[in-house]
Design a protein around this ligand. Structure first.
Ligand code: MCA
Ligand code: AMP
Length: 504
């Protein structure tokens, strides 16, 4: 094939009048409509001078046009770099600069803030609004509905997804066409997706889960998406009778269970509920089965690797586990020297396979730290394999908070807090939260004699960091607990503050 990703996911459906995107108002975009729109955008990219391998950074609301930008990038050989809509101008500046994006596509409301950044960094800028309007689609209107697909090989880059790091500096994970395609193929087969599937799609499309798992698999199988702008339990309940499957983070499932209108009858026509991105409590798994008769299928993945493991479609889906390594994916548990540990022991989870990324963009030293020469990627998750072969994730060897499925690296927030007047040092931890699983708590140690202004500090954090990273609470403490090596003992803090957001 000339361009495996485009040809297999999109080109295969050219000219088909089968439904692809079902919108909340009931209107439908066929595969042919969608592919035509993507081709028009591909023409715009080429006319703007983008070459294969160039990066396009998009911070846009979820819409059919936003998804068509992804398809257009695949067709034109441009590397797609989707960005969380919550990111502030400060955060975006880093991504545009680090990736060397040639084109930035943003919401019209962000244009004034981002234009100077793009100009300074030598990037072009176009707008795309949630309703599909904006300068990008103005330029696309009237363009031909077909575009000569640019030849690419499976090893060529298809996307960059930025993932934060323990140093507070985000890294661009370089994903190839093969990384994405191999995972779509494996999962579509394993989870038995067909062209009769209609997937309830309420995830954002700037992360692996919503874009590469939910969307790519459905495209691979030729099915349709009920394409919702965001998660809203009432909308899911209204539309579930039209769907066959859904993918979500654990918060989706706890919110649905909190709604008495979510009943067994409603889920009758569904064949599959998938959960991932954060641990699904065994309790949620059990309550869901009691309510609906369905066992949620939990799987485990990462931005750098796409999906690594899955509970079985036909066999026993075991609560509290993430199932078995996917076909073609090797998974081992290793000790501190990199040695493979025996079954049953807890250690670092390492994975190798066609799903594993190519490395971090222009960060060879970071790549070497996490991606071994033999191809195994050190995930930073701690796990063990039980006697039946199920993988259990038991913790993390990385300082990471997962709130409602979004990853938050404490270091990034600590750097902001440490910079504020009256603050000597800080520690940011994740504490249990009924809705988001975990949420952010900031602990501040004042300089001697100082009384930090917590409202002012919260205001600065709000300006610099995306909303989901804001500490939900700031607490002043006398000192941080440290071990003999001087390292902050966050486990002690997590234990001390675990009930901060506990329901009364
Ligand atoms: C929204 N807010 C959040 C979050 N989302 N705060 C913390 N954590 C969050 N996840 C903010 C809102 O801006 C709002 O701020 C306030 O919290 C409450 O908003 P609410 O309306 O309750 O939230 P929401 O808009 O309904 O969103 C919650 C959500 C959403 C539906 C759980 O966060 C979501 O769709 N999460 C999915 C993330 C995801 O796709 N992760 C996959 C990553 P204010 O009060 O100021 O208005 S890919 C991945 O992890 C790997 C590869 C994998 O395995 O999949
Ligand atoms: P991201 O950086 O968004 O790719 O998030 C990847 C991380 O999410 C993994 O390293 C895990 O820590 C976590 N994760 C994903 N799926 C699961 C799951 N099913 N159970 C527990 N943690 C998960």
């Amino acid at each position: 094939m000339a361009n495996p990703l485009y040809d297999r996911l999109f080109g295969a459906h050219a000219g088909k009048s089968t439904p692809f995107l079902i919108l909340p108002d009931g209107s439908t975009l066929t595969h042919a409509d969608f592919i035509g729109r993507a081709a028009q955008i591909a023409h715009v990219l080429t006319e703007l001078g983008l070459e294969p391998g160039d990066r396009l950074a998009a911070q846009v609301d979820k819409s059919p046009e936003a998804l068509a930008v992804y398809a257009a990038c695949a067709q034109a050989g441009v590397v797609f770099l989707p960005l969380n809509t919550g990111y502030t101008v400060d955060e975006l500046t880093y991504f545009i600069d680090n990736s060397g994006a040639r084109l930035v596509v943003c919401d019209g409301s962000k244009l004034d803030g981002l234009r100077p950044v793009a100009e300074k960094l030598g990037a072009m800028i176009e707008t795309l609004n949630a309703d599909g309007s904006g300068s990008l689609m103005d330029k696309a209107a009237g363009q031909p509905l077909t575009f000569d697909t640019v030849a690419r090989s499976g090893d060529d880059l298809a996307a960059f997804l930025y993932t934060s790091g323990t140093t507070g500096r985000s890294k661009g994970a370089m994903l190839t066409q093969d990384n994405l395609l191999s995972n779509s193929e494996t999962l579509a087969e394993l989870w038995q997706f067909t062209d009769r599937d209609v997937l309830l799609h309420a995830l954002p499309i700037f992360h692996t889960h919503g874009l590469f798992v939910a969307t790519n698999i459905t495209l691979f199988a030729g099915g349709a998406l009920i394409f919702l702008p965001k998660f809203d339990a009432a909308e899911i309940i209204r539309l579930m009778p039209r769907a066959t499957s859904m993918m979500g983070v654990p918060t989706f499932y706890t919110r649905l269970l909190d709604d008495p209108a979510f009943t067994k009858e409603l889920a009758q026509g569904m064949r599959l509920f998938v959960s991932g991105s954060a641990p699904l409590l065994a309790e949620t798994h059990i309550r869901f089965e009691e309510r609906t008769g369905h066992r949620i299928l939990e799987r485990y993945g990462m931005t750098e690797t796409n999906m690594n493991t899955s509970n079985p479609y036909d066999g026993e889906r075991r609560a509290g586990t993430v199932g078995f390594p996917l076909p073609g994916v090797e998974l081992k548990i290793t000790g501190s020297e990199g040695e493979t540990l025996p079954q049953g022991e807890v250690g670092l989870i390492e994975v190798r396979g066609p799903n594993v990324f190519k490395g971090y963009w222009q960060m060879p030293e970071k790549t070497r730290e996490e991606l071994r020469e033999d191809g195994f990627f050190i995930t930073g998750d701690l796990g063990m394999i039980d006697a039946d072969g199920y993988v259990h994730i038991v913790g993390r060897n990385k300082d990471l908070i997962i709130s409602g499925g979004y990853n938050i690296y404490p270091k990034e927030i600590e750097l902001v807090l440490d910079d504020q007047p009256g603050v000597m040092e800080s520690a940011v931890i994740g504490v249990p939260h009924a809705d988001f699983g975990e949420t952010v708590l900031g602990l501040i140690v004042p300089e001697p004699g100082a009384t930090p202004d917590l409202d002012a500090i919260a205001a600065v954090a709000a300006e610099k960091l995306a909303r989901f990273k804001h500490p939900r609470k700031l607490v002043v403490i006398d000192a941080l607990p440290r071990n003999t090596m001087g390292k902050v003992q966050k486990n002690i803090l997590r234990d001390d503050y675990k009930d901060t957001f506990a329901p009364a």
